[in-house]
Structures are given as C-alpha cells and as structure tokens.
Write a protein that binds this ligand. Sequence first.
Ligand code: F6R
Length: 652
Amino acid sequence: MNENLFNPEYLPRWQKGYEPDEFLTHFEKIPLRIYPDAGEASVFIAGEIATLIHSRQDQGKNCVLGLATGSTPVKIYDELVRLHREEGLSFRNVITFNLDEYYPMDPRSVQSYHRFMHEYLFDHIDILPENIHIPDGRLKKEEVWEYCRQYDRQIREAGGIDLQLLGIGRTGHIGFNEPGTPVNASTRLVTLDHITISDAASDFFGEENVPRMAITMGTGTILRSKKIILLAWGEGKAATMQKAVEEPVSDLLPASFLQNHPDTLILLDTAASAELVRIKTPWLLGPCEWDDTLVRKAVVWLCQKVSKPILKLTDRDYNDNGLAELVTELGPDNKINIRIFNELQHTITGWPGGKPNADDTTRPERALPYPKTVLVFSPHPDDDVISMGGTLARLVQQGHQVHTVYQTSGSIAVFDDDVLRYLDFVNGYSAIFNNEISGSGEIYDNVKSLLGNKQPGQVDTPEVIEMKTAIRRGEARAACRFIGIPDSQVHFLNLPFYNTGSVKKNPVGEEDIRLTVEILQQIKPHQIYAAGDLSDPHGTHRVCLDAIFRAIERLKQEEWLAGCRIWLYRGAWQEWDLDQVAMAVPLSPEEVHIKRNAIFKHQSQKDRPLFPGIDTREFWQRAEERNHATAVLYDKLGMAEYQAIEVFVRIQ
Ligand code: F6R
C-alpha cells in the first residue's frame, strides 16, 4: 500500500536539506511545517509544551499557556495527559487562559468549552484549579465588559502568555475573532459569523441551537503572546490556510495578522497544506523533480490556466507560466502533451471491474479474474451511492459479485420526526390488522413522550438509537435492491467507535479493526472500494478508512490480498484532483438518473440532512454537480464529452 499517498512529495530540490521551518518560500510569510498526519504533529506540540513547562520549572517560574478548544487540539491534550500519567509531567506551575467560550453558555452543558477543557485535559492532570481561566458564559451582559478587562489584566499580571495554541475557523478566525476584527482588539463579546455557526451546528444538534455570540480573547491579546503555534488539519482548512499564510495581511482574515508576529509557527497535516504554492504549484518556487504525478499535475493546471486542451499546449505556454524547466527536461511540448493526454485517456473506462476478453494493458483494471468479487465499504449507509452509485450499478450490470459493507449505523443523522413516523406505521398496522406486534402501543407512547421532551444535544436512549439504525438499514437495503445487489450481499458492521450516541466519536478501536478483518476474510474480494473522503466534518470517514488500513495491515500475509486492488472514492464533501486519479468511470444521462434514484432511497437524508455543513444543497445535487464538473474538466482537457464522471484513486 502506498502509505505516502497523502504526503507532500513535491518539495522542490532546493528545499531539501533544510528544516522545513527554517525557510520561508517567497509565497509563505509564516514559518510552517507539514506533517503526514495530525497525530504526529500533535505529539510534537505536546513535546514542545512539556519542554517549556520543564524549563520554567527549572527556573522556578510559572508557565503560562493559552489554550484552544474544538476538534483540532484534542490529540495534543491526549498526549499531554499521557505525558503526565506515564512520564510524570507536572502541571503545578502551569497557568492557563482559554481563548473563548460561547455566550450565553452554562459550563455544565455538553457544548461548553469549560466542560471540554475539563473532560479532555484538566480533570486528568495536576493543574491547580485556581490557575485555570476560561471566559465565563453565564455573566449578565452588563458584566461582560468589565469581566473582559479583568481577563486581559489577569493575563498581563501572570506575565503574559508564553505559548498560545490556536486553531483556525473556515472564516479565518482565531479565537472567535471573525472577519472584520481589527488587529488590536481586546477580549470582548462578539457575534459569530454565519459560517462559524453552521460549522458548530452538528455540536449543537442543529444551527438553530448555536449561540449567536461568544466571549473571545482579542486579536491584540493573542498577538502579545511570546510564542504562537497555529494548527490546522484536513482539506476543509486548506483554502483558508493558503490565504492566511500566502496572501497579504487583511482584517477580512484575522489569522493573517500572525504574519507580523515575531514567533509564530504553523503546523499543518498534508491535507490542510494542499492549497499552498509549494504543494499545489511547486514549479513556481524553483526546480522540481518531475515524477509522473507532478508532470500530470502541471499539465492539468496549465490547461486550466491558459484555457486550452492538452494537445494544443505549446512550448510558449509552458515557458510563460513557470514550466520552462519541464519543457527543457521532458519536452518538447508535443511529447509531454501526448504522454499526459494518453495517460488521462487511459484512466477512462466503462468497465470498472475490468473488461473480460479485452487487452487490459492500458486499462485501469485487469480483465481477469472475471467476474470479480467486489467489496464496497461505505462509512455511512448512503456514501456508496452518493459517491459511486453509477460505478456500483455498472459493476452489478457487468456481472460482478458486489457486496456493500456499511461501516457505521449512521443513526445520529436521523431526525426524531422520522422515528415517530415509522412508529406511527407500526402502530397503525397492528391496529388495522389487529396484529400482535408485541407492546408496540406501549413503545410508541414511551418514545413519543421521550422525544417530545428531548433537549437539544441530549443523547438518545438505546431503544431510539436502535430505531434510527433500523431506519437507515432499511434505506440502504432499498438502495441496494434498486441497483440489483441482493440482500445476502448487504452487510452492516455497526462499528462501535461510532456508537457514542453523540456527534463526537471515539478513535478507531480493537473491535472496529476486528470486525473489518472479519468481513474482509469472509468476502476475500478482488476489488475493494473505500471512502478516501477525509474532510467529512465529523471525522467518521477518517476513522472508517483507518479501520480498513489497519485491518489490511493485519491481513498482509493473506494470499487473496496480493491479488486485490484498492480504490478510493470521494463524494459528498469533495473530489480528487486529476493528478491522483487512476480510474474515471463515465456515466450516461440515464445512469445519472439511476444514481439519483438510488440516493433518493435514503429518505431520512433527503430534503434536509441533519448535518449538512455549510453546503445547503442536497447530497444528490452535490454528487451530480461534482460528477458533472469532472466530466467538463475531462472535456476541456480534450477528451470525450460525457454527462458525468466518477473518479477513483488506486492505492494498491
Ligand atoms: C476554539 C477557537 C476556535 C477554533 C476554530 C477551529 O477555542 O477559538 O478558533 O480553534 O474554530 O475549530 P476546530 O478545531 O473544531 O476545527
């Protein structure tokens, strides 16, 4: 397996031999390091914090930390707790100031940053309670101003913040300093941006429950910190990070103020670095090592830049757009053009399972064996059809034995209303036919009163979770039936990491891996399809992929695995870049219709999914528009014109 799939492989030659944070490319205005994943970066930061605490202890001084909440710092806190438990790191000389708290907010509420900090860190270390400072969301409005002055004063009196941790919102906010904040703002009550509200919606079980305001440390307060480390993980942050680091300072993107801070370090995982010049267009920085992926990346980029198809690109186009080195090393133009044209042309196939009795030397999939056993992993019960519904239908039509494996129950994304609707049916059915559905009337009354009194954010009872799970299972079966996958080939893993009953999930665990190993051993597929969609805002896709990778690692001695290809799809949240694509399956208008109807079978997710994110389109609309956009891109590059295309990356 290519474990480096998400690694930045394109560092220009002149960068090698440097510590990445020792230089600034002429586009990057803040020192920056890219890590393969958030885990590794978090361990590094926790180590930095521990070193700082130790050095302050040696000097007999306090260590003042500025702390953030949200999904980003979680692994840092886990590592700090580990360092405390296993390596004796003491926090008795540590004073903390948190960035923010929603307003109004009860500190006991599940969404409170007080509760967050205690659950993730403070309850597990030896910090003195009087050294913890987190803005108070219970104050009366008229008390807030003076309280904020005091918060800033307390920071000054503690000697200022030695190390401030920051996450970044998609608006470019640091703390809750939203676009429009001046550089010298002090701690205060602010109104949240609508994007921030939408991003927080899943934590609050609906946008309507998100507080509109927050108390936040000001930009001026943050910028007075002696050292700042800003962290960002995932594709969802990539565009914002590019602006913060490479574009001019602007109050429309408060994180860009960090460009003028004397000691800020930015740590990104590979996904969050995708839009930086050094990753996206490294040829603009200096000489490159022109491997196959980079050449394709450059040609696709150039076509879009000069609005020409591949075969019409000229030496002049290459030279005028920073690609002189490429034509000099691998040119002339025509040679590169034909090579990349053929490469991309060969990604297109109407036979995702391989075409029997055909020469397969330039096809993405082998002709044999035929038919193939295909295992499609789907993190939630609808990702398979949303992301690869057209390909799924083709695989079935072309005679392959397709199994779908739903990794999680998807239960938290079902509206309470839907539970009642189904219960109404069961109740009505038993009344009409005088049928004995044991205790259905009682269950109906109980659940109805339970859901009627439910508070936002309240975790469902196991009974309700079961019902929601059953609703999604029924929908997944209906979609499979529509596509022609028999019930016996539809599997539900119900991975335990997902079953916390709340939006926050556990990391991958032993049982998740065991269940994944078991299904792989049972099916022994020739092809695996899995979601490589890492920017799912709730992290479920990420954990599901992790479970698959770990299961495969355990099975690597198995003979069947050597003959198995693994394809990654993306769907609901974003698409692969063409330089990574190894298979492109075109869909006719009729097939687009089939896909749409298969997605419609997931009725509980239609009209308005519970967690839509910022994109208000329905899933079928997003999928259709994305697949159409890919087809348009292929067309513009000079390939045939299709209605839609689903694309896949191969990792084994
Ligand atoms: C949290 C905070 C915010 C978050 C930012 C990113 O204390 O101040 O600025 O750091 O919204 O949130 P996550 O980490 O959840 O993506």
